[in-house]
Design a protein around this ligand. Structure first.
Ligand SMILES: Nc1nc2c(ncn2[C@@H]2O[C@H](COP(=O)(O)OP(=O)(O)OP(=O)(O)O)[C@@H](O)[C@H]2O)c(=O)[nH]1
Length: 924
């Protein structure tokens, strides 16, 4: 049956009381889109399951449709009955009143029958959505037709009676059967009527026929009802299934027996009346139920609609949420990508690189170890190695040494403009191999005669003139640490490295390091085998050892020049300098003096009365007073320049170091110094560079605060850290001390230098130390009095040193847990210079006021100017009102003379200290 099922879409639409489009859409939603064959209203639905699903989906619409139809039909039937009555009254005046009245009665009976048929069909359709529904509507149509026939063409055939009865009630009662049967005897009358035209006749003819029929019917009713046969209900059901065809067939059959309808009317006697009233009640009840259902359905529809609206809102909200989530994801991705990008300078140390990547230093070391490189935590890495490590850890690298080059294009010089320039030399070698002695000797012996006092000022570099008029510029901070620290800043200053190896000691670890650093920088080496005056000197062994480490001197068939020297006797020094100059010639060191200067900052500090000062080593062009410049992230205009002898100079050419005044802020060692056309432009460039640097700082801080801490917590490591703040008198010593202290890190204890700088220890240093559990190491500097007080309050340990080596030893001992009670110095009093007096034959005497503690004759003292130690010695005289005194307490004034020191100035602080034995505070 399901296979043969077929229903046209338009019919379905009518039945369900919905639009064709809606049905198509619903079918699609229910997954029955395929069940529809053909297009438009004539499309056929052939799937019964789909049909059932539709019935279910549109149950409410169907109910509404059925109700509407029922009402419409009832109205029409009533109208027709009224019309028929009127006609009957007109046509047959003599017909008895009762007979006439029966007509509307029967009509109304038919009406009721129709209504009930529709209702029953609806009920059945809801319960069992078979093909009943179309049958039901057909029934309704039939009922309508029957009513028509009753009034106009009373030619009921047995079949029609069956129909009517079946429709009237699904379960036909015996009573009604009996009634139908009773009409059977009238069949002859109906047979007579068969002669009448059955097809649609002209209206007038039909009306005449009707009149006759009515008369006959009235007579029949008077005779009473006779049972003539039984209705086969099963047949009715069968017919139901053929409802489509039945309509026409029935019409044809119904007409020939008009009297049958009269029979039908006749059987509705008193009992029928009762039944009718019962049905009416039933109908009322059904209607009430329907109303409730309609109401319910309406509520549901409204609810659905509301839900629909809220669903739309929900969907919108969901979409918005999704959109935001996507945006956040994109942002996170971008941040993640950004976070995976390292902006580093070349020659960053292993420790710094690990910190930036947020990984353990040991991981970086082992990664490099696996790649065949043995490195220490402080080892500085070249670009290729940094790139390799970053790749291994999934980072992109962006080298930002270029912030020195940022915004400034330095044009290339034409070859014809270039002139030879002096080589810039750095002396490197193992500790105590004689670097300083050699430099001193060169400096002393090569100062042009007549220059009073010689080199008086430490500016980080100096140049010497050889007897033949050639120059060599020496960088004043020996050792590869300073050299590499400078390189780490992107500065490439040194042209030639003098590798000092003591003939009596041979190649030592730092010698090897120096070799590696010089090689990494691609800087040529000239070997100076020193201390050859010593009896135990063995220079040949040195050359051999050097060969073992890849430095092949000429004597061994290599390219490296070598000189045997003695800083003590001066032997071989000239030879060494000659070889340096030869090396310079070999490398064709040239520059163009006729262009704006380009150089590098090699020292910087704040000087009282001069402000920010820095030593610029001019590498190309000529620097002149008044030149506007950019230096790293700062800028300025050259206010004045001095050479290492303290002489004011107006211009400085290539390879000449000069002390420059006029920096807006203190530049950093290694910063590039470039003269620019105007000061405004200089300032703009500096600001842009500052922005980049801030970014770096921010990144570094974030790494320490978040990644490091959380990672350590997560790993549950019992990490020991030693945070240090290093302050020194000059940038060079700070760099050297920092590098040396960082080297003390082990896998168990990490040394972190959280801040370093030049100048007095300030309150902000102490606050930083307090916040980070750091120890402050001061080299040749002192805390300001407010910083000292703050340190006491915050229990911050400030360690002050005058010798780098001692600072390193202390920290090393502390890290090893070996820091034992030792002699150390303690500040016993501080006095401030209020006045100075020059006394003949005695020198300068300071009129002081003791600010803290007490000052005692014989105390060792330090003279501190702007937080920096400028002299250390002993008190030579201590007086109060011209009287010698042994001691002056805090709050009193006194006159003080310092042994061999006359450069005392108003504002200087004199700090008295003594060596005491105490347990060190520095413990890990
Ligand atoms: N006999 C002799 N002694 C020398 C010579 N050069 C240096 N010395 C001595 O070696 C010691 C160390 O010399 P420095 O010049 O301080 O050595 P350095 O390499 O500068 O040492 P650091 O600054 O600690 O790295 C000093 O006592 C010098 O006197 C030399 O040519 N002959």
């Amino acid at each position: 049956m399901a296979k043969k099922f077929k229903i046209r879409l338009f019919k379905l639409a009518r039945e369900l009381n919905v639009g064709i489009d809606t049905i198509e859409q619903q079918l699609g939603e229910l997954g029955y889109a395929h069940a529809l064959s053909g297009k438009g209203a004539n499309a056929v639905l052939e799937d019964e399951d789909a049909y059932e699903a539709l019935l279910e989906a549109f149950a409410h619409d169907r109910k509404v449709a059925a109700r509407l139809k029922e009402l419409r039909e009832a109205r029409e039937a009533a109208a027709r009955a009224a019309k028929a009555e009127a006609e009957a009254a007109e046509a047959v005046e003599e017909v008895e009143e009762e007979a006439v009245e029966e007509v509307p009665a029967s009509a109304s009976a038919a009406e009721e029958t129709e209504q009930e048929a529709a209702e029953t069909a609806v009920e059945e359709a809801t319960g069992e959505p078979e093909v009943e529904a179309p049958a039901a509507s057909d029934e309704a149509v039939e009922a309508e037709e029957v009513a028509e026939e009753v009034s106009a063409e009373p030619t009921p055939a047995p079949e029609q009676e069956e129909e009517v009865e079946a429709v009237a009630t699904a379960a036909a009662t015996e009573e009604s059967e009996a009634e139908v049967e009773a009409s059977e005897p009238e069949t002859p009358a109906a047979a007579e009527a068969e002669a009448a035209p059955t097809e649609e006749a002209p209206e007038s003819a039909a009306e005449e026929k009707k009149e006759e029929d009515e008369v006959i019917r009235a007579q029949v009713v008077l005779q009473g009802a006779k049972v003539v046969g039984k209705i086969d209900l099963s047949k009715v059901e069968d017919d139901d299934t053929r409802s489509g065809k039945r309509k026409r067939k029935r019409k044809r059959k119904a007409k020939p027996a008009p009297d049958e309808e009269v029979v039908k009317v006749a059987v509705e006697d008193e009992e029928e009346e009762k039944t009718r009233s019962k049905r009416k009640r039933k109908r009322k009840r059904i209607r009430r139920v329907d109303e409730e259902e309609v109401e319910q359905s309406l509520q549901e529809t409204l609810r659905e609609l509301e839900q629909g609206v809220s669903r739309i809102r929900q969907r919108r909200r969901r979409e918005r949420r999704e959109r935001h989530a996507q945006e956040r994801e994109r942002e996170a991705l971008r941040e993640a990508q950004e976070a995976r990008k390292l902006r580093v300078t070349e020659y960053i140390s292993v420790g710094e690189l690990a910190e930036l990547m947020g990984v353990e230093v040991s991981e970086v070391i082992s990664t490099l170890f696996n790649a065949g490189m043995i490195v220490s935590i402080n080892q500085r890495l070249d670009a290729d190695t940094i790139q390799f490590v970053a790749d291994e850890f999934g980072y992109e690298v962006e080298f930002i040494t270029d912030y020195n080059e940022l915004e400034i294009e330095i044009p290339e010089d034409r070859p014809e403009d270039l002139q030879p320039r002096a080589p810039i030399v750095t002396v490197m070698g193992h500790v105590d191999h004689g670097k300083t002695s050699l430099l001193d000797y060169i400096r002393k012996t090569n100062v042009v005669a007549g220059e009073a006092g010689g080199i008086t000022q430490h500016i980080g570099a100096y140049h010497v003139e050889l007897p033949d008029g050639r120059y060599i510029t020496f960088l004043d901070t020996p050792g590869h640490e300073a050299f590499t620290a400078m390189r780490a800043r992107g500065a490439k200053v040194t042209d030639i490295v003098i590798l000092v190896v003591a003939a009596d000691d041979g190649v030592m670890p730092q010698t090897i390091e120096a070799i590696n650093h010089a090689k990494a920088a691609g800087v040529p080496i000239v070997v100076a085998v020193t201390k050859i005056d010593k009896p135990e000197a063995n220079p040949q062994r040195v050359l051999q050892q050097l060969a073992e480490h890849g430095v092949l001197v000429e004597q061994y068939g290599g390219q490296v020049q070598c000189a045997f020297v003695s800083a003590k006797t001066g032997e071989g020094v000239d030879d060494l300098l000659e070889k340096v100059l030869l090396e310079a010639e070999l490398h064709d060191l040239k520059a163009n003096p006729n262009r704006p200067a380009v150089g590098t900052i090699i020292e910087s500090r704040v000087e009282k009365g001069r402000g920010n000062v820095a030593t610029v080593l001019v590498q190309n062009g000529t620097l002149r007073v008044g030149d506007p410049f950019v230096a790293g992230v700062t800028s300025g205009r050259v206010r004045a320049m001095f050479d290492e002898r303290g002489n004011r100079v107006e211009a400085a050419g290539p390879s000449i170091p000069v002390l420059v005044l006029g920096f807006d802020e203190l530049p950093e060692v290694g910063d590039q110094f470039v003269v620019v056309p105007d000061e405004k432009e200089a300032r703009a460039i500096a600001q842009k560079r500052q922005q980049i640097r801030r970014e770096q700082m921010l990144r570094k801080q974030r790494r320490i605060s978040l990644d490091e801490i959380s990672r350590r917590m997560a790993q549950g490591e019992r990490l020991k850290e030693l945070n240090l703040i290093i302050k020194g008198d000059v940038a060079g010593s700070v760099e050297a001390l920092s590098d040396a202290l960082l080297k003390l890190s082990t896998d168990e204890v990490a040394v972190n230098i959280i801040h370093s700088g030049v100048g007095a220890i300030t309150e902000s240093d102490v606050m930083l130390a307090s916040a980070s559990d750091a120890i402050i190491i001061g080299f040749q500097v002192r805390p300001t009095s407010s910083a000292r007080q703050l340190a006491e309050r915050e229990h911050v340990d400030i360690r002050l040193y005058s010798v780098i080596y001692q600072a390193i030893e202390d920290v090393r001992d502390a890290l090893e847990g070996l820091l034992s009670p030792e002699k150390t110095e303690q500040i016993v009093g501080v006095a401030e210079v209020r006045e100075t007096f020059k006394i003949p034959k005695v020198g300068t005497v300071a009129g002081c006021r003791v600010l803290e503690g007490r000052i005692r004759r014989g105390d060792r003292v330090r003279v501190i100017r702007d937080g920096v130690v400028i002299y250390e010695g002993a008190i030579s005289s201590l007086k109060r009102f011209k009287e010698d005194v042994r001691e002056v307490q805090s709050g009193y004034e006194c006159g003080m003379g310092i042994e061999n020191f006359n450069d005392i100035k108003v504002g200087d602080q004199i700090e008295a200290f003594e060596i005491v034995e105490q347990r060190r505070k520095l413990e890990v």
